[in-house]
Design a protein around this ligand. Structure first.
Ligand code: ZN
Length: 276
């Protein structure tokens, strides 16, 4: 099986304007050949579309209003962007990133706005029959309340960069969500996440780099290259007493099951999927 899938990265990010092709090619030379993006806001969606023109078989489009973007824009601009999202969404494989980030330096005055935009995007994902890519930081309880009130969209989705305990993992798994694990699993002292990764059913596990963010220790202070998906696979393989290739195969199969075109009549999705 292959090419393997990085379930979450930002390869259209301007930080990759120097060296983007080399980074993608280096990942591809290691067998990593498909990259689902994490959407931030309108400018990023346009950048993703441009990148996908260059790499039609490698880049998966994912459009959403990230909590960072929501926190940085007022209500009127958020509503305009949401209308734009509804129009652009049919080209995407998933809606995201959406969610809540209640760290004080991110949130500032945006708590209510983040909640509103999150609920509106869950509704959009349901209507568009797309899975969601969730960004949840210091807001797990609030997110669970929203899921219990509104339900998880029927195509389900992933909690991106899941980095919490086994009991928290179960809160999401019970609601039908999968967990995408990235660089934080490589930290030797991250025992909470290690336990979650050891206990969880493998069919709900995906892996990601979040490139260019969250570099593993050997890239400290640098951009995280998409080829570092291997580091994530190696860390998880050690925890599960399996091989990195087994982890890459399983998580790639999980990705296709979750984000594949099944359940939608839109054949456009097929174009954006890697050959298997
Ligand atoms: Zn991200």
């Amino acid at each position: 099986m292959g090419p393997w899938v990085d379930a979450h990265s930002h390869l259209a990010d301007p930080r990759w304007d120097q060296g983007r092709d080399a980074a993608i090619q280096e990942a591809m030379s290691k067998g990593i050949g498909f990259f689902l993006q994490g959407g931030i806001g309108p400018e990023d969606w346009a950048a993703q579309i441009a990148l996908q023109k260059r790499y039609p078989a490698q880049i998966g489009l994912c459009f959403g209003l990230h909590p960072y973007w929501v926190a940085a824009h007022d209500e009127d601009l958020c509503e305009i962007a949401l209308d734009g999202l509804a129009i652009q969404l049919p080209q995407a494989m998933a809606l995201g990133e959406t969610g809540l980030d209640f760290r004080p330096h991110v949130m500032k005055d945006s708590r209510e706005r983040q909640i509103t935009l999150f609920e509106q995007q869950l509704e959009l994902a349901e209507a568009a029959e797309l899975p969601v890519v969730l960004h949840l930081v210091q807001a797990h309880d609030e997110a669970l309340q929203i899921f219990d009130l509104w339900g998880v969209p029927k195509r389900q989705g992933i909690v991106h960069s899941f980095n919490a305990s086994w009991p928290k993992a179960q809160d999401f798994l019970r609601r039908g969500l999968s967990l995408s694990v990235g660089g934080p699993v490589a930290r030797p002292d991250n025992t909470k996440l290690h336990q979650a990764v050891k206990e969880m059913p493998l069919e709900f596990l995906l892996i990601e780099t979040d490139s260019p963010d969250q570099p593993p220790a050997r890239f400290k202070g640098e951009r995280n290259p998409p080829g570092s998906l291997w580091d994530v696979a190696e860390s998880i393989a050690r925890l599960r007493k399996m091989t990195p290739v087994e982890i890459l195969d399983i998580t790639t199969a999980n990705f296709h099951r979750l984000f594949g075109a099944h359940g939608t009549a839109d054949s456009d999705h097929d174009r954006t999927r890697p050959a298997t």
